[in-house]
Design a protein around this ligand. Structure first.
Ligand SMILES: Nc1ncnc2c1ncn2[C@@H]1O[C@H](COP(=O)(O)OP(=O)(O)OP(=O)(O)O)[C@@H](O)[C@H]1O
Ligand SMILES: [Mg+2]
Length: 315
């Protein structure tokens, strides 16, 4: 549904997007994730036909964003990072105006406005001037506008920014529902948002794609390198020696407090060292008060891959 090939965008001296390629299948919610300045908005603007790329190609719903931008625009709904709205217009007037621009007429436009105002909880504000709305309400007007023509593809740049916690929850629920009928690409720098909402995540840092997969795949990739944390009561040197001699142990950090030795054990790929730690502890008559896998989250993965990218760039 979205195909990006060797896309590059340079703003004079700033290389904002650096030769990226990815494909997005039809349906589902895809998270475009990255820290501030990663190149999310730049990529999204190219896909939404807002500005041209310096190099590379992109197609949305089968149409080239450069050569067939009119066809692309008909098939997408785009929520920009900061929604440009007319403050003097009432919500209904604005949506009517936007519907007209999209060629919607009569009852079709009326029912579309009814549908999107319901879905974006705008019913009670429909006759209010936009200038009088709070930031979060304006965000909902932007979302309603993006959904007006029931587009095949929804491109949402940080859709929950500025919303209160209840609205964030409701908006995430709405986005999940939208993903059942549409293809939704949303940008975010909030990890748990992507974990909660997306079926697939593309991580970008410094203009480069650093990871691409389902949140579970990304987490698994990271957790194979996760640590095991153990706390054992015993002589530090002997505990450390025993642990280092254990099959599958690659490295270990040791710290002691009040007679308890705290170990952070890095295991070799696909090795689970927990049983081995338990066995040698009981065999030595030592006490064990904690043993657990250090829970790898997508956040850990995100921090790790973006830091690696940063290092590569600064070399
Ligand atoms: N119009 C512009 N002119 C010059 N540089 C720009 C312009 N827009 C973006 N940039 C630069 O391009 C890089 C990528 O910016 P972009 O807005 O795409 O990042 P982002 O991932 O959306 O970040 P954020 O999470 O802060 O929204 C940044 O270094 C930014 O300063
Ligand atoms: Mg941005």
């Amino acid at each position: 549904m979205i195909q990006v090939t060797n896309l590059t965008k340079r703003y004079s001296s700033v290389l904002a997007v650096d030769n990226i390629s990815f494909n997005v299948e039809r349906g589902g919610v895809i998270g475009f994730l990255g820290p501030n300045g990663a190149g999310k908005t730049t990529t999204i603007r190219i896909l939404a036909c807002y500005h041209p790329a310096t190099n590379g190609t992109a197609t949305v719903a089968g149409y080239d964003v450069f050569k067939d931008s009119i066809e692309v625009r008909k098939r997408i709904g785009y929520l920009p990072e900061s929604t440009p709205l007319y403050p003097e217009m009432r919500v209904r007037e604005y949506l009517q105006f936007r519907g007209k621009l999209r060629g919607m007429v009569g009852n079709d436009r009326k029912s579309a406005i009814g549908r999107v105002t319901d879905r974006c909880w705008l019913g009670e504000f429909i006759n209010r001037p936009i200038g009088q709305l709070s930031k979060g309400m304006k965000q909902r007007v932007g979302l309603a506008d993006a959904m007006l023509n029931d587009p095949e593809v929804l491109i949402l740049d940080e859709p929950t920014i500025g919303l209160d916690p209840t609205q964030i929850r409701e908006t995430r629920k709405l986005i999940r529902e939208l993903g059942e009928r549409h293809t939704v690409l949303l940008s975010s720098h909030i990890l748990h948002e992507v974990e909660a909402v997306c079926s697939h995540a593309i991580i970008i840092a410094k203009g480069k794609i650093v990871a691409n997969g389902s949140p579970q795949e990304l987490r698994d990739k990271f957790s194979s390198e996760a640590k095991v944390i153990a706390e054992i009561k015993g002589p530090e040197n002997e505990v450390e020696k025993s642990i280092r001699g254990l099959t599958g142990v690659e490295d270990v950090d040791v710290a002691s407090t009040n007679g308890w030795v705290r170990l952070a054990v890095k295991a070799k790929q696909n090795c689970d060292v927990r049983e081995g730690i338990f066995k040698f502890t009981t065999a030595n008559g030592w006490s064990l008060r904690e043993i657990r896998r250090d829970g790898a989250t997508l956040e850990d993965f995100f921090v790790q891959v973006t830091a690696q990218q940063q290092q590569t760039r600064s070399r």
